[in-house]
Design a protein around this ligand. Structure first.
Ligand code: CP
Length: 304
């Protein structure tokens, strides 16, 4: 039962609960007309303390498509945060106005802090370099829809595995399915944090810095951007920013049914020439994000 629950990290939901969100998301994609008025009379707040295109707009599109309404901000300087209001006070006040809250924040742990005082369903839309559970739902729906299964997959995660919150959430979520293997591909400086490796419950993984040598073994290649905004040392960013560029030469070494996912935005880590390869599904993935967020909103509001 997901009604009135928070989603701060993927394992806040059981595998069965996640699967129920994915099933609803698939049905919404197939029969969107059946869902147009499901959230009529409901109001959602989108509180974005950090820039976003996909997450904010797909949440807003999702609620609008369900017949509900939205309030919120995308620039915290236009809210009383700029006068020094605490996160807790902002959440307490907004919860008096709406039925459900989603929030993105640049500080790791802010989602936990906010959800602790939120009397309504609360959704973490990304907190610093920590977690991004609705991106994970998006990724799971994309993989399940296009591969037919979430089990028995070798998943390569490539790029900034240190600061990339999407790979932290996805690794944990996928580790709960069977027959999963991970290949973590990154420069040493941006390797997967120890806490995430400890959290994937004994699932087999290897670590490498070579995309070329690994790509031929993968069912899924999950590319990520080097997260400029998380680097304290900008020279370090400059040194590492071009660590990986997926181009057609590398794609030629991949299996014909490997899928390329990317949470986006991309900078230059996927060459534009790859976009027309049928294995490149990152734009489709962004659309799955809207359907799965429609499903999540309905579940948390107790609407079926
Ligand atoms: N994938 C993702 O979180 O994109 P945005 O930062 O544009 O929301």
């Amino acid at each position: 039962m997901l009604m009135n629950r928070h989603l701060v990290k993927p394992d806040d939901f059981s595998v069965e609960e996640i699967n129920s969100v994915l099933e609803l998301g698939m049905d919404i994609k197939k029969n969107p007309q059946n869902y147009f008025n499901k959230c009529e009379g409901k109001l959602m707040a989108t509180l974005f303390y950090e820039p976003s295109t996909r997450t904010r707009l797909s949440f807003e599109a999702a609620m609008n498509r369900l017949g509900g309404r939205i309030i919120g901000f995308s620039d915290p300087n236009a809210s009383s945060v700029s006068k020094g209001e605490t996160l807790e006070d902002t959440i307490t006040i907004v919860s008096k106005y709406v039925d459900i809250i989603t929030m993105r924040h640049p500080v790791s742990g802010a989602a936990n802090q906010a959800s602790a005082v939120c009397p309504l369903p609360f959704i973490n839309a990304g907190d610093g370099g920590n977690q991004h559970p609705t991106q994970t739902l998006t990724d799971l729906l994309t993989i399940k829809s296009l591969k037919g299964d979430l089990n028995n997959l070798t998943i390569g995660m490539c790029g900034d595995l240190k600061y990339g919150r999407t790979v932290h959430s996805l690794a944990k979520a996928m580790s709960r399915y069977s027959g999963i293997k991970f290949v973590f591909i990154s420069p040493d400086e941006l390797s997967m944090p120890k806490s995430v490796k400890e959290d994937i419950d004994g699932v087999e993984f290897i670590e490498t810095s070579s995309l070329e040598d690994s790509i031929g073994n993968l069912d899924i290649l999950y590319m990520t951007r080097i997260q400029r905004e998380r680097f304290e040392d900008k020279n370090e960013y400059e040194r590492l920013k071009d660590s990986y560029v997926l181009d057609m030469e590398k794609m030629d070494k991949a299996n014909k049914d490997m899928l390329v996912l990317h949470p986006l935005p991309r900078v230059n880590e996927i060459s534009v020439e790859v976009d027309s390869d049928p294995r490149a599904v990152y734009f489709e993935q962004a659309q799955y994000g809207m359907y799965v967020r429609m499903a999540l909103i309905m579940k948390l509001l107790g609407i079926d």
